[in-house]
Design a protein around this ligand. Sequence first.
Ligand SMILES: Cc1cc2nc3c(=O)[nH]c(=O)nc-3n(C[C@H](O)[C@H](O)[C@H](O)COP(=O)(O)O)c2cc1C
Length: 311
Amino acid sequence: MRLILAPMEGLADVYLRRLITAQGGFDRVVSEFVRVVDQRLPERVFYTVCPELLEGGRTRSGTPVRVQLLGNHLEAMAANAQRAIELGSDGLDLNFGCPSKTVNRSQGGAILLREPETLYRVVRSVRRALPEGVTLSAKMRLGFEDTGLMFENAAAIEAGGADELTVHARTKVQGYAPPAHWHELGRLNEQLNIPLIANGDIWTVDDYQRCCAITGTTDVMLGRGAIRTPDLARRIRKPDHTALPWSEYRVLLAGFWSEVRAQMPDRYCAGRLKQWVNHLRQAHTEAEAFWHRIRTERNVAALDRLLLDLD
Ligand SMILES: Cc1cc2nc3c(=O)[nH]c(=O)nc-3n(C[C@H](O)[C@H](O)[C@H](O)COP(=O)(O)O)c2cc1C
């Protein structure tokens, strides 16, 4: 069993990665993506996206962090992959799933799922640039418009030299709309000779168990489920563990807020808090009540007070 915290740009930032991995149960984290165009990027870009590189490539609780690159320029991808490893990334991940229009317009992310040959070239170029023994992983969706090239894409990534493949069980066009198509992952898993990591809509321990039964793997990547329920990985490992009580969430929220307040400009703080509480309220009635109290508040001092009064 391997449990990996998903890359989530603008959501699973260093603060939430730290907070979630501190709950335990995770084997690894994948960073938000580093966008590669045609240049070797300066170190500061890597440190901005993945500040854990300044702390030994691990979150404070010791979970290894892997840098994710997004792009299609063969030389630049190779050069930046090398740099990520030099800076302490625990292996290297390639993004072939991002649905963003801006990214797709410049031939990055999910758009490459229309071109298995390009996937192969990118993976091979990065593989050749990496020192031996460094794990190379890739993350894709089931396809762009449909699943027609699903097997070709997975085979291309494997042939290019990836060691493992995470698949988000939706096409680009399906976006994030439920359901996640776990049975397609099961079909892919039968074909692949490298480990498949299943991803998409694992919100509960029960979802994890059903996903494993359908896909035939026990390795999964948890995304929004871990944002809503930071102890999800720990509970998957020990299903009889009691869930975090709301009193603990209050402590987590207060800790998160003080980190955000200390590190971010005031104008971004409220949005950051609301984004997380908006996820939490999908699973916790107390968070729903808190959400209604903070929803229209932008003033950080007022939010300081609301957090102090949180019940
Ligand atoms: C806000 C947000 C940002 C995301 N950013 C990335 C990213 O940077 N790289 C990536 O490979 N996937 C990204 N994803 C996709 C997730 O890693 C994951 O595949 C998806 O959320 C499905 O898993 P889940 O149902 O467990 O959340 C993002 C998803 C969300 C919701």
